[in-house]
Design a protein around this ligand. Structure first.
Ligand code: TXA
Ligand code: MG
Length: 329
């Protein structure tokens, strides 16, 4: 379907920044340095680009991504800041701190990037190359660490190339990253909670807050491959309509989440049909997944039939998410 990709590597000069911005605008994948680690960037408002990003990383599940912006003002268009979040942003941005906040109404970030959550992770990096790309692009950029899923985070362009050669469009080489570990993640959805220790020490954060950070419940780690357990954060999104997976037919009045060119039997009687991808493209299906789940849920049908989705490529992550959505609550 897509032509084989050849990854370009460019020294981080003005031409490379321009190239990076053009590439992001065209839905491409660009690795660039931040002060913590190299990120793999995609346009945060472009669901298809984000689906390609998950595929390039080989993530077995849709873990939510961090939206990077050039300055705190841009962050306010994405998320709601209460008093403590405001304090932390003022004290530590730009810098190696990620805040998980309630999504703002009208937040332009694609549903896939936040994996259907009502919260969003936001960060303002201070690395000059990241800053220049963000300022010139003028939109939020999602950027997980630029490694294959399960590998360690890259701190040089060579690390990125070793993991992602010919899976992404461009690597902007800005030398090795100064901090070398990922950003510290603090959720401000209630009591500020440390979700991931990182480049900004806990003590600095607690000093500004004037109180200790809450700990996540025991046994819950926030890592690339182990997304937060559903229900850990009150804002976790799950459809209210019961899901029926691998449906071979759709009953009268059911909502149908379809996939591929041929619908299952009974679709004329369905309350609503949304097709993740008529041509059976898993990238397109991933880009549509969360918004279609929401739209079907809103109809209030007694149940939702989900057609079988192949398990290869992004299908694994799509099926992982559907299985969670179908689990009894
Ligand atoms: O330093 C960093 O943060 C780097 C650079 C590139 O900015 N990025 C990075 O992204 O480490 P990633 O995707 O490798 O890790 C982001 C973490 C994941 O563990 C994810 O589960 C968590 O952030 N996360 C993102 N959105 C979240 C949300 N709404 N609620 C809770 N955790 C979230
Ligand atoms: Mg990572």
């Amino acid at each position: 379907m897509t032509a084989p990709l050849v990854t370009r590597v460019s020294r981080a000069d003005a031409a490379a920044i321009g190239d990076a911005v053009r590439c992001l605008k065209a839905g491409g994948l660009v690795a660039f340095p931040t002060e913590t680690v190299y990120g793999l960037g995609a346009d945060a408002t472009d669901g298809r680009a984000i689906a390609r990003l998950y595929e390039a990383k080989g993530r077995p599940a849709f873990n939510p991504l961090i939206a990077h912006v050039a300055d705190p003002a841009a962050a306010r268009a994405l998320a709601r800041f209460e008093a403590e979040a405001e304090k932390l942003a003022e004290a530590f941005w730009p810098g190696p701190l990620t805040l998980v906040l309630p999504k703002a109404p009208g937040c332009p970030v694609a549903e896939l990037a936040t994996a259907g959550l009502d919260s969003i992770a936001v960060r303002v990096p201070h690395h000059p190359v990241a800053q220049k790309i963000l300022a010139a692009f003028g939109r939020p950029i999602v950027a997980p660490s630029a490694n294959r899923s399960g590998h360690v985070s890259p701190t040089t362009a060579a690390h990125v190339l070793a993991d992602l050669r010919n899976r992404i469009d461009l690597i902007v080489d800005g030398g090795s990253t100064p901090v070398g570990v990922e950003s510290t993640i603090v959720a401000c959805l209630g009591e500020p909670m440390l979700l991931r220790p990182g480049g900004l020490p806990r003590d600095d954060i607690e000093r500004v807050l004037g109180r200790p950070l809450a700990e996540p419940p025991a046994g819950i780690a926030t890592t690339d491959d182990a997304p937060l357990a559903p229900g850990m954060l009150a804002s976790h999104y799950a459809p209210r309509t019961p899901l029926r997976l691998d449906a071979k037919y759709v009953g009268a009045g059911e909502a149908l989440l379809a996939f591929g060119p041929r619908l299952v039997a009974g679709s004329e009687g369905a309350a609503i049909v949304l097709n993740l991808s008529e041509r059976g493209d898993l990238i397109e299906a991933a880009a549509n997944l969360f918004s279609y789940l929401r739209a079907l849920d809103a109809v209030g049908a007694k149940s939702m039939a989900v057609m079988p989705i192949p398990h290869d490529g992004l299908g694994e992550a799509i099926n992982d998410r559907l299985a969670r959505a179908a689990a009894p609550r």
